[in-house]
Design a protein around this ligand. Structure first.
Ligand SMILES: [Zn+2]
Ligand SMILES: [Zn+2]
Length: 95
């Protein structure tokens, strides 16, 4: 047991760990380990089912992959924003 194994409030993470209280058989049937509510879609590690930081869908991620996806999603958003601004500037400049 490490500090990482400490139970986390389901709402703090925005995940579905609350299912352990209501429908544990659903999680068990999916091979999910206690303390988690999903299996990471990226690396297969125990993780949590939650809203994707980069899109309107839900999937299971371990904390490490979730951080990576969240960071990449932010970079993509910044890149798209910069591209739009650049396009607007170019358009105003040349049109
Ligand atoms: Zn969870
Ligand atoms: Zn992962």
């Amino acid at each position: 047991m490490t500090a990482d194994d400490a139970p986390i409030e389901p709402n703090a993470r925005g995940c579905y760990c609350g299912l352990w209280a209501t429908k544990p058989e659903v999680l068990r049937s999916q091979g999910v380990e206690p303390g988690f509510c999903g299996v990471c879609v990226k690396c297969g590690a125990p993780g949590h089912l939650r809203h994707a930081p980069n899109g309107p869908y839900s999937a299971a991620w371990c904390d490490r992959c979730f951080q990576r996806v969240a960071r990449r999603g932010m970079l993509i958003k910044i890149a798209i924003g910069a591209a739009i601004v650049a396009a607007l500037i170019l358009w105003r400049y040349f049109a």
